[in-house]
Design a protein around this ligand. Sequence first.
Ligand code: COA
Length: 314
Amino acid sequence: MQGIQIIGMGKGVPARRVENEAFTKMVDTSDEWIRSRTGIETRYFCEDEMQMDLCVDAARQALANAGVGPEEIGLCVVCTITPDYHTPSSACMVQSALGLPEDIPAFDVNAACSGFLYGLEVVSCMLGSDALPRPYALLIGAEKLSRIMNFEDRSTCVLFGDGAAAAVIRPSDTHRFFCRLGSQGDAQALNAPGIGYPEPYIHMDGRKVFQFAVRAMENGIRLLEKETGTRAEDIDVFICHQANERIIRHVQKKLKLGDEKFFINLNKFGNTSGASVPLAMAELMENGRLKPGTKAYCLGFGGGLTWGAAYLEF
Ligand code: COA
């Protein structure tokens, strides 16, 4: 079976960094509560930036790091729940800003915090198809969640952040890739009705999502072991959706896996939904932790309720 290789990544981060302390002026909360219950210390919020600006920054960096020109891109996919426009899609906006070829598919994927996992599977299927005239895919996870947050709701506003990360991907016979995706069709646990509806913000039953998250991650790891013939203890790095450090540590301890294998950067970025997994991956790559031969399990969960689990070789 044909695999995929991620050959370059980049980040797009808004200029404005916001400390936990800032929320004490808006709602009844404290730095101590946010740190101890979530692990989050700061996050970034857009001011003048559009979501597309973050996508373009991330994509330019990823292309430069991959040594690939925009004219070589055969597919452009953006994973997001907060596109600037309903139409055109963020992917079409990126296509225009970067001058990508016009004979390629460009579209968005909406699978909330599991978005990048869904995107990886879509890209891996399409890269093998004769329909693509060029060899590389540009896959971006991007969110401007500050646009759909209720800054009077302490149970959600302290959790999320804005950001983007991009990957340039090519088909490979030497890098195995396996992915499994799922969804529960649950509109209650986590939803954001959108502009035009009363209360068009993120609503969440935190405990229910927490329980779903640990189950989805544990099941995902077991499934990857079974389907790929790998063992969790032999995996070099676990790249998890960055929602809450307690979720990640709970799973890591239950499965008796080493602390250092579970990368965490939610302390800096908060939960950036579709951007969270690629932001973690981009930082791991920056830090030299995704070397040739590195084996990773990638785990996502979120609104939908969706989940995704992928095995990747670097
Ligand atoms: N500051 C201070 N107190 C807060 C607060 C805040 N920002 N947010 C909630 N609280 C309060 C609650 O009102 C509650 O008070 P009460 O006991 O008087 O009713 C108390 O803290 C405990 O609330 P609870 O929801 O049980 O806290 P928790 O330990 O479960 O942590 C979350 C809440 C949201 C951090 C946690 O449930 C979580 O991370 N869930 C998963 C969320 C997630 O991952 N979402 C994204 C999915 S992609």
